[in-house]
Every structure is written in structure tokens, then in C-alpha cells.
Write a protein that binds this ligand. Structure first.
Ligand SMILES: Nc1ncnc2c1ncn2[C@@H]1O[C@H](COP(=O)(O)OP(=O)(O)O)[C@@H](O)[C@H]1O
Ligand SMILES: [Mg+2]
Length: 236
């Protein structure tokens, strides 16, 4: 079974969850950087699972292991102990989350492109026809209330607007799992809350699970579930 077939044709349509399977499971997952005296244990045997449709805040102070866990769940890094699995992708050509979308603290927009072109960028890179890519990006921007700024370049956007365009960009690639690492870290409370709201909206439209790493308890309260990391251990 593949999960690709269940993707909706447009971001504007309300999508079902991609599958009944869990998006990612961590069973006693550990990650140690380096070896010997210099070894840094970033994660100690973390066990958790992201269910379809989940809205999770991954909380914890700086250095507690949030980014390390997100990188592992995105398939960008490998655990040094334990088992990490993506049941929803089992049997797909990759068997790992080729369809996870990642949002970072910095929106990293391309300065010479408009908001619309930035949102369409992942689709253009993968070879979609420009017309359909721009149409899809315009739909994502419309859903997120960003149509008025679609012709603006990044230097004409506020930090909050730029991050919302980054959310539109991740939404365009219709991931089954959206992982955001401190996406509100550079924003004030109001704009941070707006970005979280947009991530939730984007996840709902594409039927994705959502995990947001944040050290801000006020941001974490906006989500359904909270996981707390302390010194590389899941505290609850
Ligand atoms: N590539 C790396 N090499 C060595 N140590 C690392 C590396 N990445 C993270 N660490 C260490 O792992 C711990 C957890 O880091 P991180 O996951 O970035 O925490 P957080 O995102 O919660 O701030 C920290 O002690 C950090 O210094
Ligand atoms: Mg971090």
C-alpha cells in the first residue's frame, strides 16, 4: 500500500488522514554525538509515537534534545540506539518519511523570488509544471490569508509574514507529517501564535500530523498534546 494515492488533489480540499498507521514511532531511541570522553548524549531511550492527526508540542529548555528528536523523526539523522520506525511509510518505495515537511526557526526564503514563487519552489524543484505549481501555491497562500502579499519579495515581508510563507511552502508539498523546529523563536507572542495557528490550519488541510518544538509554554498550550524533554529524557 502506498500513502501517496490518498493525498488530496488540492490543498483547498479537506483531506482525510493519510492512513490509519502511526506516522512515526520511537522505541527507546537514543542519540549520542561523538565518542569516548567527548561523547554527548543528546537523547536517552525516548519512547513516543505520533498518531495520524496529532498536534504535538515538543517542549523543553535549550539543549534538552528537541532538535535532535525532530531530525530523527524527519529521517535526517539516525539513532545510535533503539528503534525508530515510520509505520505509515512501510512498503512505500522509500520506507521512510520522504513526505515529511520541515519548518525551521529561519524561514529561509529565496530573496529574489516573490512570496508566491517561494511557496511554489518545492513543487518547481521536483519538476511540476510552473502553471500548476503556482496555482497550488496561490491556493495555499489563500488558505493562510496571505493573498495580499503574494507578489511581495522577502525584503518586503515582516518576520511573521515570512514565516507564514514558509508554512505555505511546506503545505504545498502536502506532507503527511509536518515537523517545525522553534518556528516562533524569532517572533513576538502575537506573531508566534499566528504562525502556530497557520501550522495547525496547514496540517488540517493536507491531513498531516504536526509536531512543533518550542521552549515557550504559551506556544505549547496552543496544541492538543505536550511532550516534555529534560536532559534528553521524555518527562511526560
Ligand atoms: N551535532 C552535534 N554534535 C555534538 N553535540 C550535539 C550535536 N547536536 C546536538 N548536540 C548536543 O545535544 C544536546 C541536545 O541538543 P539539541 O537537540 O539541539 O537541543 P534543543 O533543540 O532542545 O536545544 C545538546 O547538549 C547539544 O549540545
Ligand atoms: Mg533546538
Amino acid at each position: 500500500m502506498t500513502t501517496r494515492d490518498s493525498a488530496p488533489s488540492k490543498p483547498g480540499t479537506t483531506a482525510p488522514a493519510h492512513s490509519d498507521g502511526r506516522l512515526v514511532t520511537c522505541d527507546g531511541v537514543g542519540r549520542t554525538f561523538g565518542a569516548g570522553e567527548r561523547a554527548v548524549v543528546a537523547l536517552h531511550g525516548v519512547t513516543c509515537a505520533v498518531e495520524p492527526g496529532a498536534r504535538v508540542a515538543l517542549t523543553g529548555p535549550s539543549g534538552s534534545g528537541k532538535s535532535t528528536l525532530l531530525q530523527l523523526m524527519a529521517g535526517l539523522d539516525r539513532p545510535t540506539s533503539g528503534v525508530l520506525d515510520w509505520p505509515v511509510w512501510t512498503g512505500t518505495p522509500f520506507g521512510h518519511p520522504e513526505r515529511a515537511g520541515v519548518v525551521f526557526q529561519e524561514p529561509s526564503l529565496i530573496p529574489s523570488l516573490t512570496a508566491l514563487e517561494n511557496a511554489a519552489f518545492p513543487l518547481l524543484v521536483r519538476g511540476d509544471e510552473p502553471e500548476s505549481a503556482l496555482e497550488e501555491a496561490a491556493a495555499a497562500l489563500r488558505i493562510l490569508g496571505l493573498t495580499p502579499i503574494e507578489r511581495h519579495t522577502p525584503d518586503e515581508l515582516s518576520g511573521g509574514q515570512a514565516q507564514r510563507v514558509a508554512v505555505a511552502r511546506v503545505m504545498c508539498s502536502r506532507p503527511a507529517l509536518i515537523l517545525a523546529d522553534e518556528p516562533t523563536g524569532k517572533l513576538d507572542r502575537h506573531n508566534g501564535a499566528l504562525v502556530v495557528d497557520q501550522l495547525v490550519t496547514a496540517a488540517a488541510h493536507v491531513g498531516a500530523g504536526l509536531v512543533i518544538a518550542t521552549h515557550d509554554p504559551a506556544i505549547a498550550r496552543l496544541l492538543d498534546q505536550r511532550w516534555a524533554l529534560r536532559d534528553g529524557e521524555m518527562a511526560g
